[in-house]
Design a protein. Sequence first.
Length: 440
Amino acid sequence: MKFKLWDAKLFFALAFVCALSLPACQPANKPSSDHSQANSQAGQEREPTLAAMPASKTDSEWQVLGSDTVTFTVDAPEAESARILYRPAFTEDRHVELKKLNTSAGKLSTQFKVPSDFTGEVWAEVKYAHGVTKKTQPISLTTEDASAAELADASYKHAEDSARSDKITGGHIEQTSLQPGNPNIRITVNTVAFQLTLWQDGKEVKTYRIGIGRNEFPLPTGLRYTNQIIFNPEWVPPDSSWVEDHDVVPGEHVEADDPRNPLGKVKVPLGGGILIHQASRPSELGHLVSHGCVRVLLPELYDLVQKIIDARSLKVTKQQLEHAKSSKDRLVIKLDSPLIVDITYDTQVVEGGVLHLYPDVYKQKTNTIDKVREELQSAGVTNVDDNALRDMLGRVSMTEEFAVSVADLKAGRFADTGQKLSLTADTPKKEGANKGKRKR
């Protein structure tokens, strides 16, 4: 009897523990309803993936399409359907549906005829039977590429320092008017300064204010080139169902002056989906606005293109240019040899005896006390302490640089003479700062 009594107590103790750990006394591996079973399955699928073929990797985030027909494949076991979505590189908050696929096999494939200007992000939105929707990681695709081989023999090499740095110019940037027929030109861009400069024989011809890529689509640094200038690049909506509010018909030719065309009036391809192209408004200058591209206001872009034509003596007449500007007719101007475009990210640089501290727009942790001290030491400044350097860096914002002359720094007068200067003004930026001031 004692054994049976002890056994009964043990039984009730175990039952009590079970009641505490499993409400309603239900086994852990059997949901109470079909709804809870669906909840247990939701979100447990393997993350779907999207692949595009044929496409080759480049040294940037872009994949270059190797054919005018691409095969998209979605790997999504247990998926019910999928939509292939596309956001053109030159638009903001706008995307289109390329294809809609239905399957029960878990792999969804479709072929798509690629327009000649196809450049942007593609991803898949996958739907499962129990109502859950998942998205694949986007892939960046382009039909345009810059070949590293074509740059291998370039006389100009990429440098991490801004082309305007005293380390490169010797402390003086000589300016010049463009000399027609002298093909020795190149373009440099300092991303953080929102500046594009055209040089001829190492002299500054003109500097233009620009807009650049957004945080999620940063303008990449490095040596690039262009071999053509395209007026009136048309936009051909893909043979697909566009979202209703975009008012386009698949296959129609959307002209450059059409507000639905995301490319603008002129584009200068730099390869890998990167362009110099038209900014739609002055407020884009000095801001992160594009999909990894350089944006220039149209009058300035026309001016830059004309200077390239004159320097290279390109075979295009004034009448052809005026017709391209005033019409919808496409004009492709081929360059006789690649035009180098070098892109840097130099947030602290001494230019013409003036220290410029620019915003670290892509959060690359370049604005540090050590880096500013290193830049100043290269200019012969060794008397600025950490607190002063920290103070100067604190005056930089996303829309303003801080500038102060090296002479004032050596004299310990930066606090009174240094200035915060706007990066977003509508007028082009020019060098020639004196005691922290710029000529504009």
